[in-house]
Design a protein around this ligand. Sequence first.
Ligand code: SAM
Length: 266
Amino acid sequence: MGTPTALQWRELWSLYCSDLSREELDQCAWLQQTSVEWPSGDASPVEVCDWLARLYSAQMDETHRKARGQFFTPPAIARFMAGLSAPLPHGAWVVEPGAGTGILLAALAEHLVRQGNCREWRVTAYEIEPALRPALALALGYLRRWLNNHGVAFNYEVRPADFILSNSARLRPAPLLDHMTADASPHLIISNPPYFKIPKSDPRVVDHYFRISSGNTQVSATELRNLPLPPLDKIRRIGERLQEADGISKVALITQVVGEELNLLR
Ligand SMILES: C[S@@+](CC[C@H](N)C(=O)[O-])C[C@H]1O[C@@H](n2cnc3c(N)ncnc32)[C@H](O)[C@@H]1O
């Protein structure tokens, strides 16, 4: 990376993301307290995102980061992942479910510019962590400027929300996952998800499964009794087959057995 530029944070924000609200900025005290050594103007977007991620990790409490699975993708892996994506069409829509400081999107941008086919695309980036969002906005603002300089139109929206809760109505385990229309589906989802076990009592699990089974999140005994369950012999047969089988992953096995027994596979 070239010589760092001495700038104040507020100058950086007004340069790259002037639409950020005062309340959002105030969530980023950790960044405003850090001395500014902004990477030089010709820094690659991946370098900028990596720099922001390292600043954040150095400033934030490790227990907090662990609880939210905040481990950021190193540049080489981000570029490798982006390189695996198929060419995107003009006007493509990309989703990042837990964007951190945006390094996967930056790597994708660099990849698309190298390919030279996609001259316009947009991103929806979810990030649950308030303390990260101004850094993400800064990274995406920098990315937009960098892409524009390479003749690519780029728009982004940062959603300050829990990706799972926001999308639980859409998420269904395969092979039931086929109700989304092409219009409502992104062309690409790129992600390094937070890895941790979600306890069964977690509201996200409850929400997810009750939406799947009954279409809403209000659970009542009547609804449970009225659930359209398969006949008892089918349920027994599924249980027997799952007990007998071994050798493939549980999720794949359950998907296959339930799909076959209930004629859901095509
Ligand atoms: C493993 S980090 C990866 C960050 C970034 N994608 C990268 O590759 O460096 C996961 C990110 O997801 C965020 N996150 C965790 N749970 C989330 C949720 N339910 N919805 C949205 N973001 C979430 C964390 O705050 C963190 O920034």
